[in-house]
Design a protein around this ligand. Structure first.
Ligand SMILES: CC(C)(COP(=O)(O)OP(=O)(O)OC[C@H]1O[C@@H](n2cnc3c(N)ncnc32)[C@H](O)[C@@H]1OP(=O)(O)O)[C@@H](O)C(=O)NCCC(=O)NCCS
Length: 164
């Protein structure tokens, strides 16, 4: 069973290992540390499977928007529903903290992540050209609107039923 816990500085060694394994342009330790030091406007969680850190997510809050700053699953644990549980957590935390919409950027070639995001009601609303400097790849900007609505409640409940 996956557990989502607040990310702490002591988690960063494992978080950085995953970050460097999955992203061509990994965040530095300093970026994570600075995000964690902010008292308001952020929510970072790690996913634990037993005692192992298998993934993490970050949210940044601004007005009615919760922006997914990062979501990642350790390579050995991908494709087993951890990403889905992280996104369920993201949507729930966003709603609890009063956000009405979710947003994120995703590489145009990352169809796997896009499939996951579409299940959570994200739709592409624009393109940021050459958003990723390391690869020169474009990013889609995707939004999930009205996450505070009964319809979105139902969507999350349906997804939660598929969690093993
Ligand atoms: C994208 C990522 C977070 C997804 O996490 P995950 O744990 O691998 O995904 P899940 O196992 O929860 O899969 C969720 C859904 O994604 C889709 N999916 C999973 N594996 C897939 C694959 N190999 N191909 C296509 N779609 C796939 C399916 O729709 C799946 O639904 P299901 O549970 O009904 O099968 C993870 O693969 C990852 O960390 N990738 C590298 C970093 C990254 O790209 N982060 C996103 C940046 S925007």
């Amino acid at each position: 069973m996956i557990e989502l816990l607040p990310m702490r500085r002591r988690d960063l060694r494992k978080v950085m290992a995953i970050e460097q394994a999955v992203f061509p342009e990994p965040w530095s330790h300093a970026i994570f540390a600075s995000e964690l030091s902010l008292r308001t406007g952020r929510a970072y969680r790690v996913a634990r499977l037993g005692r192992e850190t298998v993934g993490y997510l970050g949210l940044m809050f601004q007005d009615e928007e919760a922006h997914v700053t990062t979501v990642a699953v350790a390579p050995a644990h991908q494709g087993r529903g951890v990403g889905k549980e992280l996104m369920l957590g993201a949507a729930r935390i966003a709603r609890e903290l009063g956000a009405r919409h979710l947003s994120l950027e995703v590489a145009v070639g990352n169809t796997r992540a896009q499939t996951l995001y579409r299940r959570f009601g994200f739709v592409p609303v624009g393109v940021r050209k050459r958003y990723y400097q390391a690869t020169g790849e474009d990013a889609y900007v995707m939004w999930a609107y009205d996450i505070d609505s009964p319809a979105y409640d139902e969507r999350l409940a349906r997804i939660a039923e598929t969690v093993r």
